[in-house]
Write a new protein. Structure first.
Length: 1193
């Protein structure tokens, strides 16, 4: 009998069971418009069938189509010649040119060209071939097969890019379009990270089937037994529309309908009406889930498994992410490698920005037990980790140490692991560090004892000398020399122990910094400095030369990034809630250890208040004199501020989740798990019960005047009542549970008004008016947001959640900080009035105190991609950052303008409108107020150069290069613009876009070009490693092979006497204007990517691949290293007054450094000031640690 279902492979054109998806229309219409397209998705999602259908419809319109399956060209043993020739041959055959074009003769004619040139020549040949007279579509399937080739095919994608860029030169190329299919990401397709990424074309999203589109599949289920529609609905439930699984399960169900025996029917397992769900569920269990490895034909589940586990270095992090989803955690999708790989495995999907397990079948096959088995196989320390987790992560005896820890860290060094792995290893490193410090101290003391013993022996022998005969003089001298040597050996041993201890502390500080334990990193750096100062002068001179510099580096690294200043430790369970008294003098924390603890802001523990159950609710009265608390057994307690119990009463018959005082302090509102809000006076008399939903009330608050009560529900609703209990308003701003809210006066878009800030399980914070009008959405968290807090001044909004971070925004949505350091979810937040402190409470049993302002750095956050370029305005008051978008910031970190989101920008530069030529000058004058004098040029990866007003108004644009533009620079007089591009050229322009000259000589893309300070000539550097100087009319003055790798940037000194170049060979080199080498400065950065002289000529700053900035004097003397970026720094710039530096990079942040203050600050003094309260009050420090800063003023 005919089987209408096809499991695996491509469905033929117009197959009756082919189901159209939105991607069918998107791909067809995009190709018709001439766009280059790519369909990159996980396996067995119907990519090949989509290709077949799209090609069929294009051919029906008379267009030429050819499909190249790259797996047919070979993989592991194929040579570049065979691969490129095979590609050309497939084009030749697929277009039916066998009888028209003599390919062998054509190939011989172009043998003197490179392979990539032959391919590009063949495309040009096709477009001018008489029989290829209509549009040509090239479908490239299985593109991911290039990833397993023994050679790079980056040049193949360069050809695709070339064909795209040629459209502006040769109109024939407008007839050519590509559609690329495979299992990869666009970033995978270019192996060389220094080349331009594959970023052309339109991405086509391939989704699962929608349930309403499945009707074509009913044909095979209409066999007179059961309700085909109901059965199909159950099939969809199990497959969620995944194409392969849907076809397979339909085929299995059809067979059961055809061949089910009488016993099955007698047992009620036939799909009779109402029994479809159980019947299909049993089929899924019997024929797919149970013993799946033997039943997985054709392979599907094994493909997913292999994709997850094939890379042992990354399997841990993928399994860890998936394990969280199985355990019910919500994970916001991001562009990280781990998220992309998990999506490409096919196991999960992206649903409105959140990761979800794609199908119940996957959840059943790859369940928690399966994940645990795989992780156990991967980890060499699996048993120890499981035991540590079973002890709730408090049994230190389960942690690794010694050789086991070294082996584990070596194993983990090149792998991406789960959060739990990193917590376990970090805890093990911390314990091992403490044990190492104790051992080194013992070794040092033993060396001192050895030295003292040797000295005592020497003294004894010297005394004996006075009583010996002169004939024993020689023997005595020999003994003295022996004793001296023993003393020297003891001294060397002691010094060696100290040096090793210091090196261990430096390494520990680096490791703690990288794992975001910045307070601990600061403490380790202080210890290293303290130990170094304990070495005497002679000993210091014998220390490794770089040791002092390394101590200085980790100290500065810590103080520039550390915002955590203290840690409240003492609870024996999760810290679930934290509040600060309105007068800022007391902090209260509540925990599931059934206590509330009262603290001073310096961390001094004042009192511990016992409760009958977990404490989730607490709040201070407006006058700070009374504290109200509640426990999950429904009791409410009132205390004096010093912890004396005033009153206790029964509040609810269920859990109490939140408490609030009215503004006048006379009423208390409680939020209950019974779905009610109750109002009380201070004596415990119930005043009112408010109810709107049966779901739990998670939070409650009074408005600022006390006229309204606002509550948030787990259902996602926010409900507002009048003070008399009348329902006033209900609105639902979120798509998930609302876990917390706060009411405050905020200024948004120039208006100051009362706002409800709400935190939700949908991962967002929403700002709404009391009437429900949504004003702003604050995004960025990668999990549920549990808590929101507004600063007393209304100038900052903080939120925390399951991703273990605190994010702080301005009310206008500008992200100010992302605070990391907690090891578990953060459930409580509170600002401390009259300070710059924020407190966070976490499931890791601690509360952290954060200092939000850093005197040395200001982080500018808001870019979604790499920041390629940074610049100061001529007056130094504004900062321009470029990374796909161009953003203009004020010096205090406020975002002023964001423009050109669609242009994929790479470079921008400020320009004063006074330098515009007359026509543009007049247009600008008409279009902008007189006071807006600031403009900037931007350059994009697509080749455009655009002119913008600083408020984001576009004033003009022109095509700059055939390919991306890497740099634009204005002449010193502001009248000329020079650009450098992917097309190996430099172009000189008037500001209105008139092209003056094109400079050709570089053999690869030109990364940077600058005018000399006097504006009389140009300097350029390139991927080809050369430094070149040019006249303004395009004449080459000199060419020097400057570095052994690509040169990313050059900079002229202000006096023009020297030029600095930065290269990936990890050097900065100085040159004369004639190209003579002056000096080489070695970086510590894994490659230098940027360099800049200060305008006053005193300093040079360089940025590098390790995320650090290095500072030298202009004579080459190294000054210091500044570290705060998490990844590559791509650009640096000094402010016009030389007092500030701005840097930007791969971590999507720009950092504004106060260079003047950095030079004036002693890093040890500042570090000690930062942690002084922590040293004085934290109960887990040793006495020696408490006195680390005693001698530091």
């Amino acid at each position: 009998m005919f089987d209408p279902y096809q499991v695996g492979g491509s469905l033929v054109a117009n197959a009756p069971t082919y189901i159209e998806r939105p991607s069918d229309k998107q791909l067809f219409e995009a190709l018709e418009r001439g766009e280059f397209c790519y369909v990159l998705n996980c396996r067995q999602m119907g990519k090949s069938s989509l290709l077949v259908q799209t090609r069929y419809h294009l051919e029906q319109k008379g267009f030429h189509c050819v499909t190249i399956d790259l797996t047919q060209l070979g993989s592991e043993r194929v040579t570049p010649l065979q691969w490129y020739k095979g590609f050309v041959t497939e084009l030749w055959r697929g277009l039916g040119l066998v009888g028209e074009l003599n390919l062998k003769a054509w190939w011989q004619d172009v043998e003197d060209l490179s392979l990539v040139q032959r391919l590009s020549q063949f495309f040009e040949c096709l477009l001018h071939w008489p029989s290829i007279d209509r549009r040509l579509f090239v479908f490239v399937d299985e593109i991911d097969s290039v990833l397993s080739l023994p050679f790079s095919v980056d040049d193949f994608f360069a050809v695709v890019r070339y064909c795209y860029n040629q459209r502006t030169i040769d109109p024939a190329y407008n007839r050519l379009a590509f559609a690329i299919f495979g299992v990869a990401t666009p970033s995978d397709l270019i192996g060389d990270r220094k080349r331009t990424p594959f970023n052309i074309g339109t991405a086509i999203d391939l989704s699962c089937f929608a349930v309403e589109t499945l009707s074509p599949l009913e044909v095979g289920l209409n066999l007179g037994r059961g309700n085909a529609k109901a059965v199909l609905r159950e099939i969809f439930y199990w497959t969620n529309g995944q194409p392969f699984l849907t076809q397979k399960l339909c085929q299995i169900v059809r067979k059961q309908l055809l061949f089910a025996d009488a016993e099955v029917e007698a047992n009620g397992r036939d799909p009779r009406p109402g029994h479809e769900a159980a019947w299909v569920a049993e089929i899924v269990d019997r024929y797919i889930v149970r013993h799946w490895e033997t039943q997985d034909e054709p392979e599907h589940l094994k493909t997913i498994r292999n994709r997850l586990l094939h890379d042992g270095n990354r399997a841990g992090v993928l399994l860890g992410l998936y394990q969280k989803l199985l355990q019910g955690e919500t994970i916001r999708r991001n562009d990280s490698r781990a998220h992309m790989e998990l999506l490409l495995s096919g196991l999960v999907l992206d649903r409105r920005g959140w990761l979800e397990i794609k199908t119940p079948i996957y959840r059943s096959v790859f369940d928690l037990d399966w994940v645990a088995r795989q992780l156990s196989t991967l980890r060499p320390y699996s048993e120890a980790l499981d035991a540590w987790i079973a002890s709730q992560k408090i049994d230190d005896s389960r942690l690794l140490r010694g050789q086991a820890l070294r082996d584990a860290r070596t194993w983990a060094s090149d792998k991406s692991l789960s959060d739990c792995d990193y917590q376990f290893l970090a805890a093990s490193v911390d314990r091992d560090r403490r044990e190492t410090e104790r051992r080194l101290e013992a070794e040092r003391m033993a060396a001192i004892e050895e030295k003292l013993a040797a000295e005592r022996l020497n003294a004894k022998r010297q005394k004996m000398f006075n009583f010996t005969l002169s004939g024993a003089l020689v023997v005595s001298i020999g003994l003295g020399i022996t004793a001296l040597r023993q003393s020297d050996r003891a001294f060397q041993s002691e010094q060696g122990a100290r040096v090793r201890e210091i090196q261990a502390l430096v390494a520990s500080s680096d490791g703690l910094f990288a794992s975001h334990q910045r307070l601990d990193a600061t403490l380790a750096a202080i210890k290293a400095s303290h130990q170094f100062e304990c070495i005497d002068r002679v000993g210091r001179e014998s220390c490794p030369a770089e040791l002092k510099a390394e101590i200085d580096r980790v100290l500065r690294q810590a103080i520039f990034s550390t915002q955590e200043t203290n840690r409240l430790e003492g609870h024996r369970g999760w810290v679930l809630v934290v509040k600060a008294s309105p007068d800022g003098q007391t902090i209260a924390t509540g925990s599931n250890d059934r206590t509330v603890k009262l603290w001073q802001p310096d961390g001094t523990l004042l009192n511990t208040l016992p409760h009958s159950d977990t404490v989730h609710g607490l709040n201070f009265s407006p006058d700070s004199q009374t504290l109200v608390t509640s426990s999950l057994d429904g009791n409410i307690y009132l205390w004096t501020r010093d912890g004396r119990l005033l009153h206790q009463f029964r509040g609810h018959d269920s859990a109490i989740w939140d408490l609030a005082f009215s503004p006048d302090g006379t009423q208390i509102a409680s939020a209950g798990g019974d779905g009610t809000v109750r109002l009380w006076n201070r004596n415990g008399d119930r005043l009112a019960t408010l109810s709107e939903s049966e779901t739990a009330v998670w939070g409650v608050s009074f408005d600022l005047q006390g006229r309204s009560i606002v509550a948030n529900y787990r259902s996602g609703s926010i409900v507002i009542w009048n003070a008399d209990g009348t329902l006033e308003q209900t609105f639902t701003p979120h798509t998930g549970a609302v876990w917390d809210l706060e009411i405050a006066r905020l200024e948004i878009d120039g208006n100051r008004e009362t706002i409800v800030a709400s935190a939700s399980g949908d991962g967002t914070v929403k700002l709404s008016r009391l009437d429900g009008t949504l004003l702003k959405t604050l995004e960025g968290h990668e999990a549920e947001v549990f808590e929101v807090a507004v600063s007393p001044a209304g100038d900052a909004i903080a939120a925390s959640g399951g991703d273990r971070t605190v994010r702080v925004w301005r009310p206008d949505g500008t992200l100010l900080s992302v605070l990391r350091g907690h090891r578990s979810a953060i459930r409580g937040l509170a600002f401390v009035p009259d300070t710059s402190l924020l407190i966070s409470a976490s499931d890791d049993n601690t509360a952290h105190l954060w200092k939000l302002d850093n005197p040395f750095t200001k982080v500018l956050q808001g870019h979604d991609r790499t920041i390629w370029d940074v610049d100061f305005s001529p007056d130094g008051q504004q900062i321009l950052t470029t990374g796909d978008t161009a953003k203009v910031w004020s010096r205090d970190g406020r975002l002023l303008t964001s423009v050109a989101d669609i242009l994929r920008l790479r470079e921008s530069v400020f320009v004063d409108k006074a330098h515009f030529q007359a026509p543009l000058q007049a247009r600008v004058a008409r279009g902008t107020p007189r006071e807006q004098q600031l403009f900037f040029f931007s350059a994009s990866r697509l080749g455009q150069i655009s002119l913008w007003n600083a408020d984001g108004t576009l004033f003009g644009e022109f095509d700059g290069h055939t390919g991306g533009v890497w740099d634009t620079t204005l002449s010193p007089d502001g009248r000329l613009l020079v650009s450098a591009g992917d097309d190996n050229t430099i172009k000189l322009w008037d500001l209105d876009g008139t092209l003056r000259h094109v400079l050709h000589d570089h053999r690869s893309r030109v990364y940077d070009v600058d005018f000399s300070p006097d504006g009389t000539y140009l300097g350029s550097v390139s991927e080809d490693g050369y430094l070149k100087f040019w006249t303004l009319d395009g004449q080459l003055l000199s060419s020097t092979a400057s570095h052994d790798n690509g040169v990313w940037e050059l900079a002229f000194s202000p006096d023009g006497r020297s030029i600095a170049t930065a290269s990936l060979d990890d050097t900065v080199k100085f040159w004369t204007p004639e190209g003579e080498h002056l000096q080489t400065l070695t970086g510590h950065n894994g490659g230098m990517t940027s360099v800049e002289f200060s305008p006053d000529g005193q300093f040079v700053v360089g940025g590098g691949a390790f995320g650090r900035l290095q500072l030298w004097r202009s004579d080459g003397t190294e000054l210091m290293t500044l570290a705060a970026h998490d990844s590559v720094v791509w650009d640096v710039a000094f402010s016009p007054d030389s007092r500030s530096i701005v840097s930007g990079g791969d971590d999507r942040t720009a950092i504004l450094w106060d260079w003047e203050k950095i030079q004036q600050t002693d890093p040890l003094e500042y570090a000690c000031d930062l942690v002084r309260d922590y040293l004085a009050t934290n109960p887990n420090l040793t006495e020696d640690e408490r006195h680390l800063c005693d001698d530091v003023k």
